[in-house]
Design a protein around this ligand. Structure first.
Ligand code: NOJ
Length: 582
């Protein structure tokens, strides 16, 4: 087949798949209590998706105006990073009012309209709930800091100083994730407060029942506004060891403490992360979420953990905690290591009691998937990543712009940095601006992100001329069409939707292959070449109880040959093959 014919084939396949998508969508509606299983969740960084009012900052009405695009992509839900009123030190993760919308993003009425319009398209809206800390401008902190005996005196993690030579020093050596001591001195109270993140993000005291009640009230408020679920920010860091003793230093091979990007001696986080009390709170959050009538509110956790055992616990002994703790082990391997991928996907398949894994390759805190790039293989690498994400048995979480292959574009000068850690850590840590740049809709002014000629909050990356939605819509073999086709298969094909997953050819060092098998017996093989060299794979599926031996192609990377038997499937460099076995 020549290039044009090949292109047209996949173009028509895309049209076919997106047409049948609408039929499929009714069964994955958020009215279905299991809608979140094997779903596709699309993360939007609201500042950067679509600016509707010309202030250079994305907003809710901008997102509403792009819902048709998202529906055609095939997603089930949108996770919005925080849109509450905030001084925006950490771009919304420092909340000063849990019951409203920051005027930069719109109004509560705009939010309600977004929820309603999304619902018409069977898309749920997932709010980011930041429970670990508030902004230092939140009235709770202002009151709490005002004296040692006000009604909210015990709402935050206050601690007396350690006196050294008559001078107050932090109580211990705990570090903020964002650099330097996690303790900030408050002259009025003559005490320190603990902040795991920025100084402007004081940690709440979750031992205080009034704090819990206040947060559960906020959870209820957004459920009443129709949200489909919550992404629980930094959920493992709610509690601190009550002894407040020092952490151990993290030592390098030479026995000396390792130094982080901010120049601090690294310390462990055993006393500040994943303490057992977190599970009590998860159960309480679950009870609130379950008090909705006839509607499933899904709880997703930001869970960077140490082991798959810890991940398993996040679901709760009686499935009464998180629905979807994020599995960060697969997506953040950060290199094409077949063995590691095989092992970790297999762990998710076999060691979390059959619960639903949530795979994440990308978000607003990490370099985009171009971190997997291999020389000239940017797009090819992206296709492999997308195939692993959507063809595995998982709920798939993607980040805006992944579907067109947006590239990380960090600032080149310290004075341009917006994310404060990029200032503290420059040049080792350039901050997270690079993965938060405006969505590239077209090659016109401001890439279609903002009304023409506006100064956008972060610059539009120069790549927008080539990498943008309009260009991909016109290119049959584009990344966007690859994503649409993979997502449509995930929704429609019984084996790829929720079929059991078994790793194949487990000694292969170059190609990651697996079998998906539906309850009705349908079997699909997936093969991803993790190298820049052509590879050939061969499958014997008899041990898996699969009788057929002929592959019927469902999807393959552009240019790959059509295989005639399972005994010889050829893959180009970073090639992907997905076929039903008949
Ligand atoms: C995790 C969020 O993803 C990140 O963006 C934020 O800075 C921290 N939590 C603190 O809220």
């Amino acid at each position: 087949m020549n290039a044009v014919a090949r292109g047209l084939t996949s173009f028509f396949l895309a049209i076919f798949l997106s047409a049948s998508l609408f039929a499929q969508q009714s069964s994955t509606s958020t009215q279905n209590p299991d809608w979140w299983k094997n779903a596709v969740i699309y993360e939007i960084y609201p500042r950067s998706f679509q600016d509707s009012n010309g202030d250079g900052i994305g907003d809710l009405n901008g997102i509403t105006s792009r819902l048709d695009y998202l529906q055609a992509l095939g997603i089930d839900a949108i996770w919005l990073t925080p849109i509450y009123p905030s001084p925006q030190v950490d771009f919304g993760y420092d909340i000063s009012d849990y019951y409203n919308i920051d005027p930069q993003y719109g109004t509560l009425a705009d939010f309600d309209r977004l929820v309603a319009e999304a619902k018409k398209r069977n898309i749920g809206i997932i709010m980011d709930l930041v429970l670990n800390h508030t902004s230092d401008k939140h009235p709770w902190l202002i009151e709490s800091a005002s004296s040692r005996n006000n009604p909210k005196a015990d709402w935050y993690m206050w601690h007396d100083p350690k006196m050294v030579d008559g001078k107050p020093q932090p109580p211990n050596n705990w570090l903020s994730v964002f650099g330097h001591s996690a303790w900030e001195w408050d002259p009025a109270r003559q005490q320190y407060y603990y902040h795991r993140f920025y100084i402007q993000q004081p940690d709440l005291n979750w031992n205080n029942p009034l704090v819990r009640k206040a947060m559960y009230d906020a959870e209820r408020f957004w459920i009443q506004h129709g949200v489909a679920g919550f992404r629980l920010d930094a959920i493992t860091s709610l509690f601190e060891d009550p002894t407040f003793s020092d952490e151990n230093y993290v030592l390098g091979p030479d026995g000396k403490p390792l130094i982080n990007a901010y120049g601090d001696k690294r310390v462990d986080t055993l006393k500040t992360d994943n303490l057992p009390e977190v599970h009590d709170v998860l159960r309480e959050l679950r009870q609130v979420a379950d008090q909705t009538q006839g509607r499933k509110v899904v709880l997703i956790g930001e869970t960077y953990l140490r082991s798959v055992g810890d991940l398993r616990k996040m679901y709760g002994a009686h499935n009464d905690e998180l629905d979807l703790p994020m599995d960060m082990e697969v997506g953040f391997i950060n290199r094409f290591d077949v063995n590691m991928f095989r092992e970790r996907i297999n762990q998710a398949e076999t060691q979390i009691n059959g619960d639903e894994p949530l795979f994440v390759f990308d978000n607003h805190d990490n370099i985009r998937w171009d971190r997997y790039d291999h020389d000239a293989h940017h797009e090819d690498a992206g296709r492999v990543i997308a195939a692993v994400l959507f063809a595995s048995r998982d709920t798939a979480m993607m980040y805006y712009g992944d579907e067109i292959g947006m590239v990380t574009t960090p600032p080149t000068r310290k004075e341009d940095v917006k994310d404060p850690i990029g200032v503290t850590g420059w040049p080792k840590e350039k901050g997270r601006d690079g993965e938060r740049t405006p969505m590239q809709w077209n090659d016109g002014p401001d890439a279609g992100f903002a009304p023409s000629g506006v100064k956008t909050w972060l610059p539009i990356p120069p790549s927008y001329e080539q990498i943008n939605v309009t260009a991909d819509e016109h290119e049959p073999d584009s990344m966007l069409h690859w994503y649409q086709q993979l997502i449509a298969l995930k929704r429609q094909d019984p084996a790829l939707h929720d079929g059991a997953e078994t790793m194949l050819n487990t000694n292969d060092e170059h190609v990651l292959s697996w079998l998906r098998k539906a309850e009705n017996g349908e079997a699909v093989v997936v093969a991803c070449n993790f190298t820049d060299q052509p590879q050939t794979v061969s499958f014997d599926l008899a041990p898996q109880g699969v009788r057929g031996s002929s592959p019927k192609t469902l999807l393959k990377t552009p240019g790959a040959a059509e295989p005639t038997s399972l005994g010889s499937i050829q893959l180009g460099p970073f090639g992907v093959y997905i076929g039903r076995v008949e």
